[in-house]
Design a protein around this ligand. Structure first.
Ligand code: SAH
Length: 396
């Protein structure tokens, strides 16, 4: 096996079990390795550090599969890791009965570059690194064996694959989709999941717990849900007896799905729902000038800052929508606001919100600190895994 020798001192993060080797840490590769091949990672003094997947095209030159000397990286390794990951969800009391659940969450499950979500009997898989790509057959076999699913659908069309020199790949890699559009039940609400053309793997499972909280807090309140996608928060708010729910998104297909989702849940009062196709930045200003007010506002925008390099521009965008969020709240109103940007940490997000509240002239207090649900665990050694952060803030 080829040896990846690190520069002096660059073993430190690996000794803390952080799984990435950056380009600047690499002294040399001894021997030959193709993209995705397993390499032995050693310190400057030859000390064994672990085994990793070689990604020559990426700034992350290697991703660790294992830190143990006695673990072989082979077909059986992936089947075992996938099975363990699936079992962790199956044995978690809050996840075991979910029809939509993330089964594999990349680095945090010891499987860098690998995402898998289960929607009923279908697993949607996304591979984003050269190492994951190399072991695709083992990963698919592991998913089929561990879940007994009828189909595995691949959605490896994330842009980050380009950084690894990989093109997009989509389609069924095992079995056949039972329907073009699947249905899951989330917190008692039926939601369609378009695994073929929906965002990411089709549905944002990470917000499950936060949608439930929205339902609880929405009782008797008028709700504004910005960046609503297929209406996840909107329908939970209606289920929680919100008096009205205005949902805004720029995507017509997403809004259509939202309307279909509402129709699929006849227990909800469709008369309380309004859908608006608009740019949220403009819509918030328009609502303000119309004098509209709400008792609960959800702001769940797309990733404004994919990395720290985008933090400045992203900070201004977060400040802008949250400033208007605060301005549109009735006294006693609640703002449930999120950032899924890796480049914006919780501390910075909180500072941005404090600035927005101050500019809006409101006092706000944190009721709840929010994060992704338990099927999106964060490896303690991998703080980058903590991408989703949210706060429920009450004003007045
Ligand atoms: N809250 C959603 C997920 C949001 S994903 C859920 O619970 O499922 C982000 C959404 O923002 C996408 O649906 C995208 O279409 C929308 N979007 C992105 N930029 C926008 C903009 N400037 N104005 C309105 N919607 C936007």
């Amino acid at each position: 096996m080829s040896k990846l020798v690190l520069n002096p001192g660059k073993e430190r993060s690996l000794l803390r079990r952080h799984p990435w080797v950056f380009a600047g840490s690499v002294a040399r590769l001894e021997g030959r390795a193709r993209p995705g091949d397993t390499v032995e990672v050693v310190a400057d003094d030859g000390r064994f550090l672990g085994r990793a997947a070689w990604s020559p095209e990426s700034q992350i030159r290697a991703r660790m599969w294992s830190f143990a000397a006695d673990i072989t990286i082979d077909h059986a390794f992936f089947k075992r890791r996938v099975a363990e990951s699936v079992a962790r969800r199956a044995t978690h009391p809050l996840l075991a009965d979910e029809s939509g659940v993330r089964l594999i969450h990349g680095e945090s499950d010891g499987l860098p570059g690998i995402i898998a979500d289960r929607f009923g009997d279908v697993v949607v898989m996304q591979l984003t690194s050269a190492g994951a790509e190399k072991w695709r057959e083992a990963i698919i076999a592991g998913l089929v064996q561990a879940t007994g699913c009828t189909a595995v659908y691949e959605r490896s069309d994330s842009e980050v694959r380009g950084l690894e020199g990989l093109g997009p790949k989509t389609g069924c890699v095992h079995g056949e989709l039972p329907e073009a559009v699947l249905t899951i039940v989330e917190n008692g609400v039926r939601m369609e999941v378009d695994v073929i053309s929906g965002h990411k793997t089709g549905f944002y499972l990470d917000q499950r717990d936060n949608r439930r909280l929205t339902g609880v807090l929405a009782a008797g309140r008028s709700v504004l849900n910005c960046f609503c996608y297929t209406g996840g928060f909107s329908l939970q708010a209606l289920a929680g007896d919100a008096t009205s729910v205005l949902s805004i998104d720029s995507s017509a297909p997403a809004l259509d799905a939202g309307r279909r989702n509402l129709a699929m849940n006849p227990q909800l009062d469709a008369g309380r729902a309004e859908w608006l196709q608009a740019d949220v930045f403009e819509a918030l200003r328009a609502l303000k000038s119309e004098g509209r007010r709400f008792d609960l506002i959800v702001l769940d925008p797309p990733k404004f800052a994919p990395s720290a390099a985008h933090a400045d521009r992203a900070s201004r965008a977060y400040k802008d929508i949250n400033l208007f969020g605060f301005r549109l709240l009735n006294p006693g109103g609640i703002l449930m606001t999120y950032s899924c940007s890796g480049g914006i940490g919780l501390e910075l997000f909180q500072k941005i919100l404090a600035g927005a509240a101050s500019d809006a002239g409101v006092d706000a207090r944190i009721l709840h600190r929010l994060a992704a649900a338990a099927d999106h665990p964060v490896g303690l050694a991998v703080p980058e895994g903590e991408y989703l952060k949210g706060l429920a803030l009450q004003v007045g």
